[in-house]
Ligand binder design. Structure first.
Ligand code: ATP
Ligand code: ZN
Length: 304
């Protein structure tokens, strides 16, 4: 039974009332209960079982990455509105006292900080591309990573977070290899999500590119079918929520990081990301706020 009648406010209230989500006071920054985390962990394990025979190299990064890496990828041209750059204090004791005086007086204090060498990771795949630099083996490469990402998009919508996790798989190879891999995974992901009895469908999508120039990029991305999403109704039946995404970057990251296919040509890359908090929320909406009451078939997939 759906938890709510596809209503954002009722769903947010239900997550809170059942103790699944702990509001922090800032929109899109939430704490999660053990039950919520249990669903995230179980879903991630189900994905990894599905990918068991693929031989993905597993790699772990912190939720911060070198600012230079973000600068090189052109992220600030495409998504400046989503970026998070870490600033800290570099001044003297006198300046530190002035900083705190500002804070206690309720005045702005950002101009007393300076930029550090790190930013908050915008997508789990970003720190992986530099590890592919050089010439790939004939079969290309495949990596996987789970991590926290930051996107500055504060919202009252319970499914739109500023800090959330993605399980990503990242593929590099020839254009044929990465496109075949992406298409195969789209079907696999739909199969897994349907086994979880989620009413999913896939669709062509675009990223939220910034500004007027961004509109052209978004049109181009759709025309070339570079991005697909799997959608499921969570807070609205008319505007379903994207719970995973499949991106073909063509040679964008390969050019920046010097990734070559075995024949020497510049490689292509693709990635797919499961939005773990959104998938947990989609399951709560589809089957109710208590996982102990979920259909046996769904529980069997998550907790075999
Ligand atoms: P990139 O194209 O930069 O590599 P990506 O594919 O790694 O990006 P997206 O397609 O933007 O990342 O997002 C991946 C998944 O993360 C989405 O399908 C969604 O499930 C989840 N997600 C995206 N934005 C949010 C958000 N604000 N809150 C919660 N989950 C989100
Ligand atoms: Zn990615």
């Amino acid at each position: 039974m759906p938890a709510t009648a596809y209503d954002a406010a009722a769903f947010a209230e239900g997550l809170r009332r059942h103790g699944l989500v702990v509001p922090s006071g800032v929109r899109g920054v939430i704490g999660r209960s053990a039950v919520f985390e249990g669903v995230v962990t179980a879903f991630d394990a189900a994905v990894r079982r599905l990918a068991r025979d693929d031989g993905a190299e597993e790699v772990h990064f912190p939720p911060t990455l070198p600012r230079a890496l973000v600068e090189r990828t052109g992220y600030m041209e495409s998504f400046p509105q989503l970026a998070g750059a870490v600033h800290s204090f570099f001044g003297s004791e006198l300046e530190a006292r002035a900083l705190c005086a500002c804070i206690h007086a309720g005045e702005p204090w950002s101009d007393r900080l300076g930029m550090t060498d790190v930013m908050l990771t915008p997508a789990v795949c970003y720190p992986v591309y530099p590890t592919f630099a050089g010439t790939l083996p004939h079969e290309g490469r495949l990596a996987t990573s789970l991590g926290w990402v930051f996107r500055h998009e504060p919202s009252d919508e319970p499914t739109r977070l500023q800090s959330f996790r993605m399980r990503e798989y990242i593929r590099a190879g020839t254009p044929d290899q990465v496109v075949a891999w992406r298409n195969d995974w789209l079907e696999r992901a739909l199969g897994l999500l349907r086994a979880l009895e989620l009413p999913v469908r896939s669709d062509i999508a675009n990223d939220p590119f910034f500004g007027k120039g961004g509109r052209m990029l978004a049109v181009n991305q759709r025309e070339q079918q570079l991005k697909f999403e799997v959608l499921v109704p969570v807070i609205s039946e008319e505007a379903p929520t994207a719970i995973c995404s499949f991106n073909w970057h063509q040679d964008k990251f390969a050019t920046v990081f010097g990734i070559h296919a075995a024949d020497g040509a510049i490689a292509n890359t693709a990635c797919l990301g499961f939005g773990l908090e959104r998938i947990a929320m989609a399951l709560f909406q589809a089957h109710g706020f208590d996982p102990a009451q979920w259909p046996a078939a769904v529980r069997d997939v998550l907790w075999p």
